[in-house]
Design a binder for this molecule. Sequence first.
Ligand code: AMP
Ligand code: ZN
Length: 465
Amino acid sequence: MKLFNSLTRNVEEFVTNEPGKVSMYTCGPTVYHYAHIGNLRSYICEDILEKILRFSGYDVKRVMNITDVGHLASDADTGEDKMLKGAKREHKSVMEIAQFYTEAFFADCAKLNIKTPDVVEPATNCIPEFINMIEGLLEKGYAYKAGENVYFDTSKLENYYVFGNQNEDELRVGVRDDVTEDTNKRNKNDFVLWFTKSKFEDQALKWESPWGVGYPGWHIECSCIGMKHLGEKMDIHCGGVDNMFPHHTNEVAQSESFIGHKWCNYWFHVHHLNDETGKMSKSKGEFLTVSLLEEKGYDPLVYRLFALQSHYRKPLTFSFETLDQTVTTYKKLKSRIASIPEDGEADNASVKEWHDKFAEAVGNDCNTAMGLTLLYDVIKSDLNGATKRAIIADYDTVLSLDLFKAPKEDEIDEELVHFVEEKIAERSEAKKARDFAKADAIRDELKARGIIIKDTREGVEWSRE
Ligand code: AMP
Ligand code: ZN
């Protein structure tokens, strides 16, 4: 298995801490609104990554947080709390909003065949863990109190910018005009671990802490939830590419300062889904959701296929035109699979051989497009029907496109007519060539699929059994 690692900016051989086991962490949604299909691109790619690892024989434990507190409108600790904003918009409590949008998120994931991670933990469940880590950071001198908040001191690190080469001097407070408004910060990129002196008098969720009543910053949750369930060493951490800075950079800073050693070995970042105006984002107001796609008559799995056709490390531009092309691709693919005859017995050696080919193809930095190409190769191959079906079922444990599920009625008819007509023409050719055994085999094949044919003076008639 090869993966691009954002830490080294190279495609590397994936080597786990414990042979055969993968500890995997995914940044979960901020549940103040529906997930848009951009967010869901990230979750589809992360789901595929998990399934590829399982397909390759790894035992995976995957953990995801739910951000239900602490994420402010700006990643630089400024602006309104996103959860509070959602609650105000809908005249509900923060907890009601969190519950509603958490459920909506998993409902969308289910429609896209995204598996729920083994552990899902909301940030508000883990306040004692956050306090424990922040106390540790204060003790070790990596954090300081100022203006009644607790901050992480980024100047204490030799290499804060683990994913890039930003120029530190340029970013120091006061050096540039557009630097932070928070004058408590000693360095521009210092970030809040715990807020007590909130600018939001109406902050709904607050907890007792050694530093007074308050609430956690955003980044601390992923470090603590990750360690709570996966221990101090993690194999792989995922998120959208916008999470690289500051979120993941800050996660690494506080986690490694706290434990005193390397935390996570591989970082997997999914590039953005864009629309004509740029990155799709929740704060833009107008955004595309799974429900909206459904209202427009799209099967959500068409969007999954749309995402799998491109590589996760390339930005992807969404348009309904391309989605329509994917509708056709998906329909054709399914009808070709539906018309694979039910003949023979699955040949296990071939199934294994094609399994390994697929593992190698998609195991090359999640090359899902290559995986789809292999799927077409299987369909086109001269393997018997039962073997093809077994291989396709195997591939679908990763692709999760419901490849054997019948499309809607009207679509079946169109495809079925096409299939039957082709078979009848083939049978006529066989008869002309006096190959009656072949002609009978075709008749039987159609019968096995519930199609009865009758030779009449006008030609061949057919009907469903
Ligand atoms: P959020 O709910 O805002 O915390 O984001 C959830 C996930 O979606 C994170 O991993 C983000 O990095 C990711 N994300 C946000 N916008 C996009 C986008 N336009 N395309 C792909 N992923 C995104
Ligand atoms: Zn996170």
